[in-house]
Design a protein around this ligand. Structure first.
Ligand code: AMP
Ligand code: MG
Length: 492
C-alpha cells in the first residue's frame, strides 16, 4: 500500500472540448477534518500517508500529486426543466483517475477547490456544512448498499466563504466511477457536435458498459443499460426514503451512481409528496416523482443519442421509444422486488402489490415513520407479539391492525420460518439512516463550535445501518415532534 497514486487519466486524453485544464486555487490553512481510511484502503492507498501534511495540502488543492492532470469537466444540463447550455465543473476539479483494488477505474475530484472557467458568478468554493452533509449522506448510502459517489476526505481551508453570512470553507475529496452526466451528452448534442457525442458514448461504453461494445447495436445496448441502471437506482432510493432533491440532468451520472448531494434528505414520516429543497416550489423532485423525473432525464440522453442509433431518423426515433418504454418495466421489477423483500414476501402472489401499497397508504394517512415502520415490521414478521411497537407509529394504531391481520395470512403461505424471514427483512430494512435533525446537529456542532465528535459518531453509526447498535439506539429515533418541516437549500 502506498501514498503514491498511480494515476491513469483517460478523461484528460479526450478532445480539448471535453474539459478545461485548471489548477486548484491555494487556500490559507489546510486542516484535515476526516479521512475515510476504509475507502483509502479499497483504493490501494495508505491511510497513514494520506493524513500527512503533504496529503492534507493535496486534498485542499494546495499541492498537485505526481501524475495528476487537474481538469474541470464541461457539461450542460436541464435545471428544473430549463436547458442551460453551459454549466460544467464550476467548483470541482478532477485530479485524475486510478484503478482501485477491485480493478475499477475511479475519479478523484476535489469539490470546492476554487474557480474554474465554468464558475460563472460563483466563488468555486464550498462551505463546511454542505461538505460534511455530502460526506455523511454519501457514505451512509454506500453502507446501505446503494450505488453512490464516495467521500475520501474532508478538509477545512482556513478561509471563509460568503453565503448569506461568512462560513468556514472546506473541500471534499470525492471518489466516483466517473463524472459523466446526462448533461455531458447534452453539452455536445446542443452544439451539434455529433462527433463529440459519439466519442463520449464510446468512452462511456468502454468505461461503464463494456459489454455494449460487442453488442450488435452497441449504442442501443448502451442506452438500454443506462436506462436500466437508473431505474434500479431510483427504485433503491425509494426503498430507503431518499430524496435527491435536485435531479437536474447535470446531477445524473451516466454510470448509475447517486451523485451531487445538495439539498438531499431522507424522509422521516412517510409522505410520497415530501419535498425538502427550498426552491422546489412545484414538487418536481418530490419523493414519489423521482421515477418520472428519471424517465424525463433519460429521454434527454436518448435524444442526444439519436444520430448514433440509426441512419434513418424514424428508425432512430423508434429505437428511442422502445428503449424508453423499457424504463417502467425495469423500474417496476426493481421497485416491487425490493419492496417484497422489505415486507418479507419471497414468493410472488396475486394481490401482493395491493397489500404492500395498502400499508404505504395507511402509513401516509397516519404519518408513520418510514424507516422505523419497516425496521419494526421485521420483528412483527416473526412474532405477532411484536406488533405493538409498529402500531404505535401510526396516528391511529387500528389502521395498522387491520392491515397486519391480512399480512399475517399472506405470510402463512411463505416457505420461510419466522426467524429466517426476520433475518432476511433486517438485511433490507435499515435501523439507521442519516436523519435530518441529526445531520443538522452535527453540522451545527462543527460549524459553530468546531466540535467534530458528533460528526465522527454519526458517521460511525451510519456505517452499519442494518445492525442494531444498542448503545446508539437513539440515532434511530425520528425528530422530536416540536421540529417543524425540514428544508434544505441549494447554492451550497
Ligand atoms: P449544483 O447545483 O451543485 O449541481 O451546481 C450547478 C452548477 O453550478 C454547476 O455547474 C456547478 O459547478 C455550479 N456551481 C455551484 N456552486 C458553485 C460555486 N460556489 N461556484 C461556482 N460554481 C458553482
Ligand atoms: Mg451538480
Amino acid at each position: 500500500m502506498t501514498g503514491h497514486i498511480p494515476f491513469d487519466n483517460s478523461y484528460a486524453r479526450l478532445p480539448d472540448s471535453f474539459f478545461s485544464r485548471v489548477l486548484p486555487t491555494p487556500v490559507s490553512e489546510p486542516r484535515l477534518v476526516k479521512l475515510n481510511s476504509a475507502l483509502a484502503v479499497q483504493l490501494g492507498l495508505d491511510p497513514e500517508v494520506l493524513v500527512t501534511p503533504e496529503w492534507v495540502d493535496i486534498f485542499a488543492g494546495q499541492g498537485i500529486p505526481d501524475g495528476a492532470e487537474p481538469i474541470a469537466l464541461a457539461y450542460a444540463g436541464h435545471q428544473f426543466g430549463r436547458f442551460v447550455s453551459r454549466l460544467g465543473d464550476g467548483r470541482a476539479i478532477l485530479l485524475g483517475e486510478l484503478v482501485d483494488c477491485g480493478g475499477a477505474r475511479r475519479d478523484i475530484q476535489l469539490k470546492g477547490a476554487g474557480r474554474t472557467p465554468f464558475s460563472r458568478g460563483g466563488d468555486g468554493r464550498a462551505a463546511l456544512g454542505p461538505v460534511l452533509r455530502e460526506y455523511i449522506v454519501s457514505e451512509a448510502m454506500a453502507a446501505l448498499g446503494i450505488p453512490t459517489t464516495r467521500a475520501l476526505a474532508a478538509v477545512m481551508t482556513g478561509d471563509s466563504v460568503l453565503r448569506d453570512t461568512p462560513l468556514p470553507g472546506a473541500v471534499l475529496a470525492r471518489i466516483a466511477s466517473s463524472h459523466i452526466r446526462v448533461g455531458t451528452f447534452e453539452f455536445f448534442a446542443n452544439r451539434g457536435d455529433a462527433e463529440a457525442v459519439r466519442r463520449l458514448a464510446d468512452y462511456a461504453i468502454s468505461r461503464h458498459y463494456p459489454d455494449a461494445a460487442g453488442a450488435a447495436q452497441s449504442y442501443r445496448s448502451f442506452l438500454d443499460q443506462v436506462i436500466a441502471r437508473q431505474a434500479e437506482l431510483v427504485a433503491r432510493w425509494l426503498h430507503v426514503g431518499f430524496i435527491h432533491g435536485v435531479m437536474n440532468t447535470d446531477n445524473m451520472s451516466i454510470a448509475g451512481e447517486t451523485i451531487d448531494y445538495g439539498p438531499c434528505a431522507f424522509m422521516d414520516a412517510y409522505d410520497p409528496a415530501t419535498v425538502f429543497s427550498s426552491i422546489d416550489y412545484y414538487g418536481r423532485y418530490a419523493y414519489a416523482n423521482q421515477p418520472r423525473i428519471a424517465h424525463w432525464n433519460l429521454t434527454r440522453v436518448a435524444e442526444c443519442l439519436i444520430p448514433l442509433l440509426a441512419e434513418d431518423k424514424d428508425a432512430a426515433l423508434e429505437q428511442v421509444k422502445e428503449a424508453l418504454g423499457g424504463f417502467a418495466e425495469r423500474f417496476n421489477v426493481a421497485y416491487f422486488g425490493g419492496l417484497r423483500r422489505k415486507f418479507g414476501l419471497c414468493q410472488e402472489q396475486e394481490g401482493d402489490i395491493a397489500l404492500m401499497k395498502d400499508l404505504l397508504d395507511r402509513m401516509a394517512a397516519n404519518k408513520a415513520d418510514f424507516t422505523l415502520t419497516f425496521r419494526r415490521l421485521c420483528d412483527a414478521a416473526a412474532d405477532p407479539q411484536a406488533d405493538s411497537p409498529v402500531r404505535e407509529l401510526f396516528a391511529n394504531p387500528v389502521s395498522y391492525d387491520d392491515w397486519a391481520a391480512r399480512w399475517r395470512l399472506r405470510l402463512d403461505q411463505e416457505p420461510l420460518d419466522g426467524d429466517a424471514r426476520r433475518a432476511g427483512m433486517r438485511r433490507v430494512n435499515p435501523a439507521f439512516i442519516p436523519r435530518n435533525h441529526r445531520v443538522e446537529a452535527v453540522i451545527e456542532a462543527a460549524v459553530s463550535r468546531g466540535d467534530f465528535a458528533p460528526f465522527e459518531e454519526l458517521v460511525a453509526v451510519l456505517s452499519a445501518p442494518y445492525e442494531d447498535q444498542p448503545a446508539f439506539a437513539t440515532y434511530a429515533d425520528p425528530p422530536p415532534p416540536s421540529q417543524g418541516a425540514y428544508q434544505t437549500f441549494c447554492g451550497t
